[in-house]
Write a protein that binds this ligand. Sequence first.
Ligand SMILES: [Zn+2]
Length: 473
Amino acid sequence: MTTRVAPTAPELLVTGGRVVTMNRDRDVYLDGAVAIAGGDIVEVGASDRLRARWPAVPEHDATGCVVTPGLVNTHQHLTGDPLLRSCIPDLLPPGRSIFSWSVPLHAVHTAEHDELAATVGALESLRNGVTTVIEAGSVAHPLAAAAGMEAAGVRGSVGVWGWDTPDLPYSYPAQQSLERQQEVLAALPPGGRICGWVTLVGHGLASDDLLVGAAELTRRSGARMTMHMSPTRADPDTYLERFGVRPLVHLERLGVLGEQLLIGHGVWLDDDEVDAMVRSDTAVAYCPWAYLRLGQGVTGNGRHVELARRGVRVGLGCDSVNAGDRMDILLAASLAAGLERDVRIDPTCFGAHDAFEWATIGGAAAAGLGERTGSLEAGKAADLAIFDADSFEWAPDVDPVMALVWGTDGRSVRDVFVNGDLVIAERRSTRLDEAELRERARAGAHDVLRRAGIEVPVRWPTVDAPEPTRPGR
Ligand SMILES: [Zn+2]
């Protein structure tokens, strides 16, 4: 193992923890240190050696902790429903949940609601060790979402949803839709800690003109692009009816697929579509919790491990709050591994270490950020998650990656650094007044529901209310 020589003295040494580097050799230092300067990692090595080299540099003590790269969430809705957790009823058919709930709730969100929702979502992500969040698209106020992410201190991307299907709210003709995309890229250029992405809703809601224009804009501006595709069989059905071929075959023919594109979901792919993903080097964001929660058929149809084995970049995601629920990539990692083992009826086919790669370096590569984050190596951003291993769920704590994926989840996260800034310390934001934020989030949720004219039903009778409700079972 060789380490690069740091050009300058670090400002901080994170010392004393077990450091899971996720470097090429997957080195784990038993008593390791990470040296940070100017937001970047300048060296990773044994604590003793780095201390001896830079004796006067302040230390952040991670004794008794496991230090990993900040986790990467490659598909997360930060607006629309983070204020309305567990509010959309469970037993609705897919069309009803979208058109009776998601659409009207989105439609009444002001810029303030979007900023608040993104702040809450970014904070939850950080508290679970997620330092990079690829936002899956906002309806109307992407810059407000970016402001929320900035306030919490996370790394990531935002986009404004583009679609040009007439008669839907916020639908614009292709050219106008592309101009809206361009505005986001201009405000948040590629390469920034929070940058704009070309973001289409996807599914069957874009014309060929919009798809081709979006891919061209992405390549021309050096940005990246994301859109939803085939979480259910509805997208293949739509494309087969319209074009006689399945979605990814159609997109490949249009020249839309490629290294710059991150597809959300890709659950219902046939052999030709898998081949198209491999050929085009298109990446995919896999959100297993959402498919189970929404009953979308991942157990019978998901091929994400096969895609990864064939060289496709796969990242993990938590989707939207009323689908993927908790913004906790370790939960997604354990579920991804468990699903694959169960579907194959083979516990040797995919394990904790494979899933942890997706949660870190794999997710970063899927998002086009593999040079910047996803592992602890000199020259990369100092994005670190520090897990407190002093608890029963970690004992006896032999292989930290086994403990991270199978034994614990985001609740073990104690401190988080993003770009060298300590944004979570002792499980609390260093930037936000969490009590005040909780109050605002609660008030914001009621405001959104009032504006949308929606009352959230409760399924079982509330017996301690003055007038007991008697909803149906
Ligand atoms: Zn989504």
